[in-house]
Design a binder for this molecule. Structure first.
Ligand SMILES: Cc1cc2nc3c(=O)[nH]c(=O)nc-3n(C[C@H](O)[C@H](O)[C@H](O)COP(=O)(O)OP(=O)(O)OC[C@H]3O[C@@H](n4cnc5c(N)ncnc54)[C@H](O)[C@@H]3O)c2cc1C
Length: 410
């Protein structure tokens, strides 16, 4: 059966196309992937690379406005302290992102470089450098004077040193996922909009999924990459292991004709700020200077959370900007978004088999840092689903997921 069209991948007229292409009867697939966020889209693509007939489903559409993969941009970087597994995944994923970017009409990856800076030398810095040396990443350690010279638009008062990663930068989030799903469809994959009903936890095995519109969809394997909705699909096993939190993101207009905050002069950045991290991006594609506070907000339900930006969070980033980006202290707010992180207890990803149904894979817990790893996550999940995984990473296991939040991965 031919794949659906580009318009369907982007959700344009998907319903009509889907019903004409699939019919209402039971369909059989090698694999069904539920969730067309960054993790589901890459898993579907990697399964397809293995020659599998894949159906990708989403309740709303690829990287929709309330998905964790929605919105404008995400940082990709290799600094993860001692967590070499994530440095390796970010680095491995970069080649896939660049390849996708090269074939897309508009850029998906902006190589802006990334600067992390620190009030003082801390273990995270030395550990990151050690990992990067081993992987031969060209990361530079800069002192405060070097940073002031290279990035005079940032006030580095109280900062001792920084890590600059020239090969990394920003991924255009919504565009990336939509482009990927479009490519998946154009190369024979099937995508459609459908809402999957939570499977009966008492079932002995999983051989089909039911949709809210009464269809039955069968397959040999299933991948559930449902982001912050995973606890709702599997309340018995994930209800207390993935915690969605409210996160706010702000964009500010930069001064007209001033390129000091553009991607050629300002990298993606994070101020470790003695553990109270703020991060942001240059004015990518004229969307504005982006900034967010990385602290976890209150727990939320992704369907019912009030997505009105709060004056308190706006005041917080303005206070920070007055200190670090004084030239933007009074910059006009151009846009704000309320998103969510879907956190595991310590920030580790979840990529594991369902404890009872060995043909079902659970993929999620991006925990505020998952986007960049999409290609590597997809590769790992596809290998797990097809029993071709060379070696399992214990940190991705369900068994390793605690129920008490204690963030350790940054
Ligand atoms: C504000 C913010 C900033 C971030 N910054 C970064 C960053 O700089 N760098 C980085 O690497 N990461 C970052 N992240 C994290 C990253 O974006 C997420 O970890 C990642 O996007 C999670 O993707 P996902 O595919 O798991 O979830 P989602 O994108 O939420 O996808 C899940 C999909 O499943 C679908 N679904 C759910 N239930 C059903 C159902 N029953 N039936 C059918 N479909 C269903 C949903 O509609 C949704 O589209 C950030 C996240 C946020 C919110």
């Amino acid at each position: 059966m031919p794949g659906l069209t580009r318009r369907a991948a982007l959700g344009v007229g998907a319903g009509a196309l889907a019903s004409s292409a699939l019919g209402a009867a039971t369909q059989s697939h090698d694999a069904i992937v539920v969730g067309a966020g960054v993790f589901g889209a890459w898993t579907a693509a990697k399964l397809q690379d293995q020659g599998k007939r894949v159906l990708l489903l989403d309740a709303w559409g690829p990287a929709h406005a309330r998905a964790s993969s929605g919105g404008e941009s995400r940082m990709t970087r290799g600094s993860y302290g001692a967590d070499a597994v994530y440095t390796r995944m970010a680095w491995d994923s970069l080649a896939d992102w660049k390849a996708l970017s090269d074939t897309a009409g508009l850029p998906i990856f902006h190589k802006t470089g990334v600067l992390f800076f620190f009030a003082r030398r801390e273990a995270f810095v030395d550990q990151s450098i050690a990992v990067h040396r081993e992987l031969k990443l060209p990361t530079q350690r800069l002192d405060a004077t070097q940073m002031r010279t290279r990035f005079p638009q940032i006030d580095f008062t109280g900062v001792e040193l920084g890590l600059y990663e020239p090969e990394f930068g920003a991924l255009m989030a919504r565009r990336a996922v939509q482009t990927l799903v479009d490519r998946f469809v154009r190369t024979g994959g099937q995508y459609r909009r459908a809402v999957i009903v939570p499977p009966d936890p008492a079932a002995q095995r999983l051989d089909h999924l039911a949709t809210t519109s009464g269809e039955t969809l069968s397959a040999a394997r299933f991948v559930f990459a449902c982001g912050p909705w995973l606890p709702r699909l599997f309340p018995d096993i994930l209800g207390n292991r993935i915690l969605p939190t409210r996160q706010e993101v702000f964009f500010f207009a930069t001064p007209p004709g001033d390129d000091r905050f553009g991607p050629a002069r300002l990298p993606g950045w994070a101020d470790f700020n003695n553990g109270d991290i703020y991060y942001g991006f240059p004015d990518l594609e004229a969307r504005g200077f982006k900034i967010a506070h990385d602290a976890h907000g209150p727990p939320i339900d992704p369907d019912t959370v009030d997505r009105t930006p709060s004056p308190a969070a706006l005041a917080e980033v303005r206070t920070f900007m007055a200190r670090r980006f004084p030239l933007l202290a009074r910059a006009p707010l151009s846009e704000a978004r309320v998103c969510q992180y879907e956190n595991s207890a310590n920030g580790d990803l979840l990529i594991d088999r369902h404890p009872r149904w060995t043909n079902a894979i659970l993929v999620g817990a991006g925990s505020g840092h998952g986007f960049k790893h999409g290609p590597a996550v997809g590769r790992y999940a596809a290998a797990l689903a097809t029993d071709t995984l060379a070696s399992a990473e214990p940190r991705f296991s369900l068994a390793s997921k605690g129920e008490t939040q204690a963030r350790a991965v940054h």
